[in-house]
Design a protein. Sequence first.
Length: 183
Amino acid sequence: MINEPLANTLRPNKLKDVIGQSHLIGKDKILSNLVKNKKLFSIILYGSPGIGKTSIANAIVNELDCKYRFLNAVVNNKKDFEIVFEETKIYGTIVLVVDEIHRLNKDKQDLLLPMLESGKIILIGLTTSNPYHKINPAIRSRCQIFELLPLEIDDIIKGLKKACDKLPDIKANKDVLKIIATI
C-alpha cells in the first residue's frame, strides 16, 4: 500500500491552519480579508521553497469553494492551459494556480494574458524567483505581488508537532524539535 506523502496529508485547507506568514494571514491581514469577503484578484506569491506558497493557494481556493485548476508552468503543456480556458466557457471565472510561473514560456503567456484581462481567469502564481525579474511584465502588472517570508524557528516547531501528531509512532520532546527546526 502506498501512503500519501506527509506534506499532502498536512497541507492546510484553511488559511487559519497555514503556518507562518502572519504579515499576510490573520485578523485584518490582506489574504484573510480576501477570503472573509469572498473576493479574489490575481496574485503572485513568491519566496523560498517550502514556506507555504502552495499551501496558501490551496487554502484560498478551498475556503472560497470556487472552480479552480492547478497547473505547473514546466510540466503542463499549452494544451492543458487551453483546456482550462475552454472550461471558463462552461463555468465562468476559474481560479488558475500556476506553480513555477516564472518558467511560463511565451506561448503560454500569450494565451494567459487575454484571459487575465477579460477576468475569465483569476491567477494565483507561485514562484521561488523574484517576479520583478522573472515574470512577464504584462502578466505581472495584472497581479498583486506578495512576498512570503522565511519561517521562524517557532513556526517550524509548530509544523513538526503537527507531523508528529499524524505519526503516532514518532515521539519527540521540545528540545529535539528545536534542534531539528534549527537545522
